[in-house]
Design a protein around this ligand. Structure first.
Ligand SMILES: [Zn+2]
Length: 303
């Protein structure tokens, strides 16, 4: 993960997803206006925060992302496995009972909220489409990572082997001991539960990140970036439901696609994948014969 500080905001982003046609950010607690246990950049709407603090936090998040509030789609998360494809018709709305959003729409941001559950970003550089999932143990039990990959396949023609996945900050195995009910659910949901759970005094030590990685790999995704950041160990940076005994806020993860030329989209994306990303030359006018389209227009605009 790459860390960035901008005025008071501290954000992270995935190295493998750091590209000109995609904007994304894992926000932290830093840079907001919420107080007490919710300090400071809380985006949880049902945790007792002041409406004015919530509004200002969201304003700062959108300003940093560089997108207006009316171009953001979010969801009321319920630890389920519903993944919904969204378009401009959903812009500015909050979907009910949804834990995953996918889109092929440019300049339409997806935003979800976290405090120990794992954020999963999925990006398909060939079809230029995006997914954001909320995957705690209940989501894993319901196979939300697999479902996210399947919905991108069905909606946009994504091939799992093309997908880039980023696993964001979540509660780590260092801090996460669960009971037999959770362990049983993992046993059913995972190809190999023995790699992600160990029996300890009073329960099972669970590695959510490895569990999500297993489900992604089972769905055919091979390119997976791990954050390795534990929200509970780093409770000064992230909200942690467990470390703070339920009295805490939520941090945001948000992403949107930037426009690029859609003619010969697949070919160009493949070329970009294999070479360094193309950037438009600033002055090509002098190289063009009069009456012909600019060289850059012929090549297809990447931005
Ligand atoms: Zn930890």
């Amino acid at each position: 993960l790459l860390r960035e500080t901008s005025s008071d905001l501290v954000t992270y982003r995935f190295e493998s997803l750091d590209r000109p046609d995609l904007t994304h950010a894992v926000y932290t607690r830093y840079g907001g206006t919420s107080r007490g246990a919710l300090a400071t950049l809380n985006v949880g709407g049902n945790v007792g925060d002041e409406p004015s603090a919530l509004a200002e936090n969201h304003r700062r998040i959108y300003a940093y992302l560089g997108i207006p509030a009316e171009r953001v789609v979010t969801a009321r998360q319920v630890h389920g496995n519903k993944v919904t494809p969204v378009t401009l018709s959903h812009a500015g709305s909050c979907l009910d009972a949804t834990d995953g959003l996918v889109t092929q729409e440019t300049n339409l941001a997806l935003l979800l909220r976290f405090a120990d559950c794992q954020p999963i970003l999925l990006y398909d550089p060939v079809n230029h489409c995006l997914g954001l999932l909320h995957a705690g143990w209940q989501g894993i039990a319901l196979g939300i990572a697999r479902r996210g990959v399947e919905i991108m396949k069905a909606s946009f023609g994504s091939r799992p082997e093309d997908l880039l996945a980023g696993l964001g900050p979540a509660i780590g195995p260092c801090c996460y001991v669960v009971g037999d009910n959770v362990a049983a659910a993992m046993g059913y949901a995972l190809p190999d539960w023995s790699q992600v759970m160990t029996a300890v005094e009073g329960g099972w030590r669970l590695d959510l990140e490895l569990a999500n990685a297993q489900q992604l790999r089972a769905a055919g995704v091979t390119r997976i970036e791990h954050s390795g950041l534990c929200t509970s160990c780093h409770v000064e940076q992230f909200y942690s439901h467990r470390a703070e005994a339920g009295t805490t806020g939520r941090f945001a993860v948000a992403a949107f696609l930037r426009p690029r030329d859609h003619t010969a989209r697949g070919l160009q994306a493949k070329a970009q994948e294999q070479e360094s990303p193309l950037t438009p030359p600033t002055d090509l006018g002098s190289l063009n014969a009069p009456g012909l389209p600019a060289l850059w227009e012929q090549a297809g605009d990447a931005e």
